[in-house]
Ligand binder design. Structure first.
Ligand code: RBF
Ligand code: MG
Length: 208
């Protein structure tokens, strides 16, 4: 068994690494402990990563995770407004109990069938239309196809802006076109490249 540097166990975190070692000696398993890892002068921890994600700082999270922050979900039917009304169809992702970044617009990679597509995501309540429900939706750039009911994975690369209430559909459309252009630009940078390899699978960076 391998545990982290701050591992505890039992009621009130009463047990520690030594306790586990004793248990290992008794029940015949070996126990090892990893040292803390620091990046940018601070220890890498799940709390630090969650705080950054919830603040929308998805780009600085990458070195801590060794990959982009990602969520996975089923594509469900939304308001059916994106394509028809705005000319920017979006894949609405069914929300499960998963941490997602602060509402706003993001440059993303959308993984479908092990292939990465450029995209822009909006997380929010679509105030232009006075919705109540929070949605996570992805406009997948240069993509056509029916993906309802399929699982896709969204890798968050960089935050672009806050969500806002526009005075009308044309203003919103124009802004989404700008977001899409920015998304392309961001994702074309060599630093924003994504690798979807079997190795990612093997090293446990995928949580499915
Ligand atoms: N809706 C808003 O009300 N305000 C926004 O700032 C906003 N930004 C968006 C940015 C992008 C890149 C995308 C794809 C959608 C955005 N939307 C925004 C959501 C839009 O209202 C929604 O896609 C349609 O209403 C269809 O559900
Ligand atoms: Mg949609």
């Amino acid at each position: 068994m391998i545990v982290g540097y701050d591992y505890h166990l039992g009621k009130g975190r009463a047990g520690n690494f030594e306790t586990l070692k004793e248990l290992g000696a008794k029940h015949n398993f070996s126990v090892d402990r990893l040292d803390p890892v620091s990046i940018e002068d601070a220890v890498v921890s799940s709390t630090r990563i969650r705080d950054l994600v919830q603040a929308g700082h998805v780009w600085p999270v990458r070195p801590l995770l060794g990959r982009f922050y990602q969520i996975k979900g089923e594509v469900v039917h939304g308001m059916n407004r994106g394509g028809r009304l705005l000319g920017f169809p979006t894949a609405n992702i069914k929300l499960v109990d998963e941490l997602f970044p602060k509402p706003g617009v993001y440059a993303i990679w959308v993984e479908i069938d092990n292939k990465a597509h450029m995209g822009v995501a909006n997380i929010g309540k679509n105030p232009t239309f006075g919705n109540d429900a929070l949605s996570v939706e992805a406009h997948i750039i240069d993509f056509e196809g029916d993906i309802y009911g399929r699982d896709i994975r969204v890798h968050f690369v960089q935050r672009i802006r806050d969500e806002k209430k526009f005075s009308g559909i044309d203003e919103l459309k124009e802004r989404i076109a700008t977001d899409t252009a920015l998304g392309r630009q961001i994702l074309s940078q060599p630093e924003a490249e994504i690798r979807l390899t079997k190795a990612d699978f093997a090293n446990g960076s995928r949580n499915d």
